[in-house]
Design a binder for this molecule. Structure first.
Ligand code: SAH
Length: 344
C-alpha cells in the first residue's frame, strides 16, 4: 500500500506512468484533488475513470496522523501531539502572527544531534518522518482551523531536517507546488543545527526557501559545549558553507541564537558574534529560552536580551527578538512529547 501523501508530483508521475501505465497528467489531477480540493475519498474524484479509481482504492491510502493530545493557548496557539501509524508521536504547533498562520512541523521522531539545552534530544532519534507524516501534520492542523489557511511553514520542530534530507525535500516540494499545498517558497523556512555539506546541497536545489542556522554561540569552545555537532563541524567549516550558500543563492541565512542566562549573553559574546558573521548577509534572531528543567539552563532576563540586541545593532548586525507563543502550554520544542513519554 502506498500513502498518496508520500509523493512529490514528479515521483507520482513516475510511479503512475511506469507501474500503472497512466498518462502524466493523472498525477496532476490527483494532486489537485488531494491538495487543492483537500479531498480524501477516491470515489469523489470525478474526472478519474471508475476503473482507475478501483486501482487507487486497492493500492493507495490517504492516511493522516491521529490527534493524541491538543492544547490550545489563550493567544490562539495550538499544539498537537500526533500519533503515527506505528504509534510514534510527534509535535506540531500553529502560531498566529499578524502576517499569517505559521505551522511548525517536526522532521524526526526524537533527535540525535544532542544539543545540551533542547528537550527533543532527551529522547534519541527513533526514526525519520516520511513525507506523508510531514504533510499530515499540516493537513491535521488545518482541519482544526475553522476554514482558515496555513500561510507559512517552518521546519523547526523536533528533529534535524538535514538528517532526513530527502523526505524533507519531497515535503517542501509538495508544500511549495502550485498544484500542491501551494505555499510560496519565501513562506517556508528550514532550520538546521548546521551540517555544512547539506547546506551546500540545499543551496543547489534551486528553491527560494529560507534557511535558518542554529548558531547559539559565537566561539568553538562554547558552541561545542552546547551543541555536539560543533565538534564534528566547527564554526570555520560551518561559516564557509554559509558563504557558499550565499554565493549560490544570493540569499541571506537567519542565525538563530538562544539566550541562555550567564552562558552566551554577555556583551563580549555579542562582539564575538558580530565578528563571526561579519562579511555574511547577516540576520540574527534572538530566541528567548524555554526552560527544560533537566538541562539546568535558565533564560536570560528580558533586559539582557534587549541589551544584547542593542549591542549587535551598534555593531551593524540586523537583529530581531523572537516573539513567544503559548506561554500557558508546553511550548518548548519536544516538551510535550518528552512529558508524555516520561522523560520529563
Ligand atoms: N534541528 C534543527 C531544527 C529543530 S530545533 C535546528 O537545530 O535548528 C529549532 C530551533 O529551536 C533551534 O534553533 C533550536 O536550537 C531551538 N530550541 C531548541 N530547544 C529550545 C528551547 N528549549 N527553547 C528555545 N529554543 C529552543
Amino acid at each position: 500500500m502506498y500513502n498518496l501523501y508520500d509523493f512529490s508530483l514528479e515521483k507520482l508521475e513516475k510511479l503512475l506512468m511506469e507501474k500503472y501505465g497512466q498518462k502524466k497528467y493523472r498525477a496532476t489531477q490527483l494532486f489537485i484533488w488531494i491538495y487543492e480540493k483537500r479531498v480524501r475519498d477516491f470515489d469523489l474524484m470525478s474526472d478519474i475513470s471508475a476503473s482507475f479509481r478501483e486501482v487507487l482504492k486497492r493500492d493507495f491510502v490517504l492516511e493522516l496522523p491521529e490527534i493524541e493530545t491538543k492544547q490550545v493557548s489563550l493567544d490562539g496557539t495550538i499544539k498537537l501531539l500526533l500519533k503515527m501509524k506505528d504509534g510514534v508521536k510527534v509535535e506540531t504547533v500553529l502560531m498566529r502572527y499578524d502576517y499569517g498562520n505559521s505551522v511548525c512541523v517536526s522532521s524526526q521522531v526524537g533527535c540525535n544531534m544532542g544539543c545540551s539545552f533542547c528537550a527533543s534530544g532527551l529522547l534519541l532519534k527513533n526514526r525519520d518522518l516520511t513525507p506523508s507524516e510531514l504533510i499530515g501534520q499540516l493537513l491535521v492542523m488545518e482541519s482544526l482551523m475553522e476554514g482558515e489557511k496555513i500561510s507559512h511553514v517552518v521546519v523547526m520542530g523536533s528533529g534535524e531536517p538535514f538528517d532526513n534530507y530527502e523526505n524533507v525535500m519531497d515535503f517542501i516540494r509538495i508544500v511549495n507546488h502550485h498544484k500542491g499545498f501551494n505555499i510560496g517558497a519565501r513562506h517556508i523556512t528550514v532550520s538546521t543545527c548546521g551540517i555544512p555539506h547539506k547546506i551546500v546541497k540545499f543551496a543547489n536545489e534551486g528553491l527560494q526557501v529560507n534557511l535558518a542556522i542554529s548558531l547559539h554561540a559565537p566561539n568553538d569552545e562554547l558552541r561545542s559545549k552546547l551543541m555536539k555537532i560543533n565538534k564534528v563541524y566547527p564554526l570555520k567549516v560551518l561559516m564557509a558553507a554559509v558563504k557558499d550558500y550565499e554565493r549560490i543563492t544570493n540569499r541571506r541565512v537567519t542565525y538563530e541564537y538562544i539566550m541562555l542566562k550567564g552562558v552566551n549573553d554577555t556583551n563580549e559574546h555579542a562582539k564575538q558574534l558580530a565578528n563571526l558573521i561579519k562579511g555574511t548577509l547577516n540576520f540574527v534572531n534572538l530566541i528567548p529560552y524555554n526552560s527544560v528543567d533537566e538541562h539546568g539552563y535558565k533564560r536570560s532576563e528580558r533586559v539582557v536580551v534587549r541589551e544584547f540586541a542593542d549591542s549587535l545593532k551598534k555593531l551593524g548586525v540586523n537583529v530581531t527578538i523572537r516573539k513567544e507563543f503559548g506561554p500557558d502550554i508546553d511550548a518548548a520544542c519536544g516538551q510535550l512529547r518528552a512529558k508524555k513519554e516520561g522523560a520529563l
